[in-house]
Design a protein around this ligand. Structure first.
Ligand code: TNX
Length: 512
């Protein structure tokens, strides 16, 4: 090493500080399919380590290099050969067949780390596991002088469900692009692969639509409580979608319709049946607004919005809302849903929507998002029977805006109080009558922001519950166990500390 001009650490180095008591491959959240710890196989990360990136692995290798640099101070080279130096090798292809599209295998040995996957997504998700094998100080933003040992062992891993989502409501309170990027990085570490952005609601419209400029110039200027609001220009939104993609996260944009539309209807008189713009609303009532179902202008509006939105959306899905349309007559609701779906299809997009859309018998590619608190919802089971995959966000389990206890300073309680154990202890494959494992698209944890304004607020509600939903979405059912999960969860807390995540210290977990 000295001949390479690199610092040499005398002493026993890595063996002087074994990783195994603090962290192990068996501690990873979400729990891997198979993990075998080997305390004698710790890898010592040093300035001489090379990140070896095979074909197609360069983006993930650069991401890893960027993750490791601030705390270690090491400028690890990303190379296609390791030249006999100790290496973290990222290899695409030749992975165990079981790992599929998003899985990976990870081997940490004394002489190097090998991560293999069939896709760049798999490598990225494997890197998230690797990060958890390093000391929590690895996430520090400034150089920490210490040894960096990667806990030894091997992992074979792949997800239970393909859709593992988080939803952020940027309509009730606006979150600027940097705030959303912060949340993206926080969720990516738990292998969340979908970010659903709730871009419009009664209190605000947050995405620039060039053919209807007042949606943002007027409808984007308000928020719950009368705050100043905000919106994303199409350029900013595109940048956000790209940032998410760099974290292997697909963005699904939601325009909520035919209810939750007061911001649009206060911006444009023609969107109201009586052709009078409604007053701005910044209270938190729901279910009072409705687009005008039998007026052709409504569908010109939807067409323009979907056309522009689809052009900003590399993902296959757009979310069309559809919840709590109490001000729309049931027959009008069906008329509306049946007219808007072909518009999405015309612009090459499949739809998702809150579970009410199941009543309109959408095409089998549509994903109804179950958000109710009941265990029996016949129209959702009927959709599953017709071939629709169901996304699970039961409000009394998965809503991150529910209070933990009745003394929680933030959040709501209409779906009940949701402590960390409540949030973890459920199974999407047995939750709803008539919907079984193969009919489940996955799990999404929504965070509604009527009471939430800052990233600290989001963090307090999402942590520690979000990692539990991520685990329900990723890990095999056989690994699901609260008693062992709570111990693994406790070990994440120092990481959140270093990352600046302001979490709720639930008394159900013995935090370090
Ligand atoms: C219900 S759940 C809503 C939202 C609220 C949320 C608050 C759903 C699809 N609609 O409009 O923000 O409750 O928890």
């Amino acid at each position: 090493l000295a001949t390479l001009g690199l610092p040499v650490v005398a002493s026993a180095g890595p063996t002087a500080q074994t990783a195994s008591s603090e962290r192990a491959v068996t501690d990873i959240i979400p729990a891997p399919v198979e993990a075998k710890a080997d305390a004698k196989a710790d890898f010592w990360l040093s300035p001489a380590t090379v990140i070896k990136a095979g074909t197609g692995a360069k983006q993930v290798a650069d991401y890893l290099r960027g993750q490791l640099k601030p705390a270690t101070g090491y400028r690890l080279p990303v190379l296609s050969h390791s030249f006999g130096l100790p290496a973290i090798s990222l290899e695409l292809g030749h992975a165990d067949a079981r790992v599929g599209k998003e899985g990976y295998t990870l081997k940490v040995a004394k002489n190097g780390v090998t991560l293999k996957a069939n896709t760049a997504d798999g490598l990225f998700l494997g890197v998230q596991s690797l990060r958890q094998l390093l000391p929590s100080a690895i996430d520090a933003k400034t150089v920490q002088h210490r040894l960096w040992t990667v806990a030894g062992g091997s992992v074979l891993d792949y997800p239970r469900f393909g859709y593992r989502g988080a939803m952020l409501d940027v309509a009730r309170h606006f979150f600027n692009p940097d705030q959303v990027k912060t949340y993206i990085d926080q969720i990516a570490q738990y292998k969340i692969n979908t970010l659903h952005l709730h871009l419009s609601d009664d209190q605000g419209w947050r995405i620039e639509i060039k053919s209807w400029p007042r949606l943002t110039s007027f409808g984007g200027q308000t928020a719950v409580g009368g705050g100043k609001g905000g919106f994303y220009t199409q350029e900013q939104y595109t940048d956000l979608v790209k940032y998410a993609a760099s974290r292997h996260i697909t963005v699904i944009p939601e325009i909520d319709m035919p209810g939750h539309t007061n911001a649009a209807q206060s911006s444009y008189a023609e969107l109201n049946c009586d052709k009078k713009a409604v007053p701005v609303r910044t209270d938190t009532e729901v279910g009072y607004s409705s687009l005008c179902i039998n007026d052709p202008v409504t569908y010109r509006f939807v067409d323009d919005v979907f056309r522009e939105l689809a052009a900003l959306t590399p993902g296959k899905y757009i979310h069309i809302g559809g919840d709590e349309a109490h001000a729309t007559k049931p027959e009008d609701y069906l008329t509306f849903e049946n007219k808007v779906q072909p518009i999405a299809a015309k612009y090459g997009k499949y739809i998702s929507g809150w579970d009410e859309i199941a009543k309109a018998k959408p095409a089998a590619t549509a994903i109804p998002q179950f958000w109710d608190t009941v265990n029996d919802k016949p129209e959702v089971a009927a959709a599953a029977a017709r071939g629709n995959k169901i996304l699970f966000s039961p409000a009394n389990k998965a809503y991150l805006d529910m209070k933990y206890t009745d003394s929680s300073p933030l959040g709501q309680d209409w779906a009940g109080l949701v402590e960390v154990k409540d949030a973890y202890d459920w199974d999407p494959a047995t939750y709803l009558k008539g919907v079984t494992e193969s009919q489940v698209a996955g799990v999404e944890a929504p965070i509604w922001t009527e009471t939430l304004v800052t990233n600290d607020d989001l963090e307090y509600m999402a942590f520690p519950r979000l990692p539990g939903h991520a685990e329900i979405g990723w890990s095999p059912k056989a690994t699901h166990n609260w008693d062992t999960y709570r111990l693994r969860l406790a070990k994440q807390a120092p990481r959140w500390g270093v990352q600046g995540i302001d979490f709720y210290r639930s008394p159900q977990v013995d935090w370090k």
